[in-house]
Design a protein around this ligand. Structure first.
Ligand SMILES: NC(=O)c1ccc[n+]([C@@H]2O[C@H](COP(=O)([O-])OP(=O)(O)OC[C@H]3O[C@@H](n4cnc5c(N)ncnc54)[C@H](OP(=O)(O)O)[C@@H]3O)[C@@H](O)[C@H]2O)c1
Length: 245
């Protein structure tokens, strides 16, 4: 990863929209070989025209993922960006929404990891998972999304330890807000929101530098992280104020 001129084989899930879509386009422009994974036919066709090797795949189907990734010859970097967000509105704890968000965010990631890992071990490559700054502090309405992202933070940090002896590096990406289809639903202020281009630049720079944790924008992620380690009463009060409409 230190040789910036080396052509890499990069697998990206969530390539059909938002952050993953921008990453796919930027890595193609840099001359890398990109395996673009998603379901949206129009977006996949656009990426194919730009030079990506597209893989039309529902990442929730474990057998299909393992089969499709088995056919890939080489992966140097696997960026697992597929995911979804739905909010809960108390006092209506809709467990079907909770389970859907948990299952899609954990399922798409874990199936991709299982499928890509043999190739990453062979290449001594890098696995990249996308968490969220929402995992730093509990936010009302994000009970499902934040729980799934907190699980992803734990997963990526444990894999940093357990995959090190197998020469696979692991990065956890922690974005603040990024202007994508996912954040279009948000009806609350999104401080320091980034464009997909800014997000892609931060992620590519972090991967290039071999960072374990790639956080952006720091003016949002650092205060949130600091808030998260303060006594419960402090962040509870801040979070409650934000929850008042
Ligand atoms: N936007 C933000 O502010 C923000 C902040 C923090 C973290 N993140 C995280 O960053 C990642 C990308 O977010 P985004 O904002 O770019 O989201 P997005 O624009 O909504 O894109 C989500 C992507 O996930 C893919 N996907 C979802 N379920 C899938 C499935 N079952 N099989 C295959 N692909 C599936 C979608 O592909 P198809 O439509 O083709 O199925 C789409 O490409 C997510 O993990 C998100 O949680 C985003």
């Amino acid at each position: 990863m230190t040789d910036a001129s080396k052509k890499l084989h990069i697998l990206i899930t969530g390539a059909t929209s938002g952050i993953g879509n921008q990453l796919t386009k930027d890595y193609l422009l840099e001359g890398h070989h990109v395996y673009a994974v998603g379901r949206d036919a129009d977006a996949l066709a656009e990426l194919k025209a730009l030079g990506a090797e597209v893989i039309d795949l529902d990442l929730m189907d474990r057998d299909k993922v393992l089969d499709a990734f088995d056919k890939i010859s080489e992966i140097d970097v696997a960026i697992c960006g597929a995911g979804m967000c739905e909010y809960l509105d108390m006092p209506n704890f809709d467990s079907s929404v909770f389970m859907k968000v948990m299952s899609v965010n954990m399922g798409t990631l874990s199936h991709a990891i299982e499928g890509a890992l043999p190739k990453l071990i062979a290449s001594k490559g890098r696995l990249v998972g996308i968490g969220s700054a929402s995992a730093y502090v509990p936010f009302a309405r994000a009970e499902a999304y934040g729980s799934s992202k907190a699980a992803i933070h734990y997963l990526m940090k444990t894999l940093q330890i357990s995959l090190a002896p197998h020469d696979v590096s692991v990065s956890l990406v922690v974005p603040g807000f990024v202007e994508t289809a996912m954040t279009k639903q948000n009806d609350f202020p999104m401080p320091f929101i980034q464009t997909p281009e800014q997000a892609s630049q931060a992620i590519r720079d972090g991967i290039e530098s071999g960072h374990d944790v790639i956080e952006f924008p720091k003016k949002l992620t650092f205060p949130l992280k600091a808030l998260g380690i303060l006594p419960d009463l402090v962040w509870q009060q801040v979070s409650s104020k934000l929850n008042k409409k």
